[in-house]
Ligand binder design. Structure first.
Ligand SMILES: Cc1cc2nc3c(=O)[nH]c(=O)nc-3n(C[C@H](O)[C@H](O)[C@H](O)COP(=O)(O)OP(=O)(O)OC[C@H]3O[C@@H](n4cnc5c(N)ncnc54)[C@H](O)[C@@H]3O)c2cc1C
Length: 156
């Protein structure tokens, strides 16, 4: 038997609906785990993520719709609540456009739907880099591996 990777990759390109479901999962989940108190770098990263998404999303008319939306409504990335509301309002705008139902953008509704640790594990966590550095400092050793640091803190 050959050890070469299989050339028969299971699956097929996502349909627009599969892409949409996956896309919203990424956008809402990223908003839900975004910190309550983001750093300047985290705010820049979230803004870049939203703008960047509107240029690379693999559905032409959806990406066009998104570029127009973000041009008229610049991303609000102040904290977890504001960015979650922003993505929700954008999603509702698309929902109206495609004839789907709209949903409440109340933070409790959004975080219950999209945060994996809701409601008991909502604190901001140190970044992975900060956790690795703290572990290295504690042990006085060269390199800590992320896998040694336990499960994703958002899911505990
Ligand atoms: C960025 C983006 C732009 C798109 N633009 C277009 C477009 O221009 N034209 C087009 O035809 N399709 C567009 N789509 C696809 C479209 O939005 C839907 O994904 C698709 O119609 C499938 O809809 P759905 O009913 O399966 O649920 P989806 O709209 O995919 O929603 C997935 C889940 O999100 C939750 N949800 C729904 N609304 C909200 C909300 N406001 N806040 C929080 N959670 C919510 C619900 O649990 C829902 O089941 C876009 C998708 C994305 C990601």
């Amino acid at each position: 038997m050959s050890d070469a990777p299989s050339r028969d990759i299971p699956g097929s390109p996502p349909s627009p609906i599969e892409l949409g479901n996956a896309g919203w999962s990424i956008l809402h989940s990223a908003a839900a785990v975004y910190p309550y108190k983001p750093t300047k770098e985290q705010k820049e990263a979230m803004k870049g993520f939203i703008y960047g998404w509107s240029h690379v999303y693999a559905c032409n008319w959806c990406a066009y719709h998104m570029r127009r939306y973000v041009a008229e409504h610049p991303p609000v990335v102040d904290d977890k609540i504001s960015v979650s509301r922003y993505i929700c309002a954008f999603h509702n705008n698309v929902n109206e456009h495609v004839g789907n139902p709209t949903y409440s953008c109340d933070p409790d509704v959004l975080l219950r739907r999209w945060h994996p640790g809701y409601p008991n594990n909502m604190a901001d966590h140190p970044s992975m880099e900060e956790r690795v550095a703290a572990e290295e400092k504690k042990d006085g050793r060269g390199k800590a591996e992320p896998g040694e640091l336990g499960p994703d803190p958002n899911r505990r």
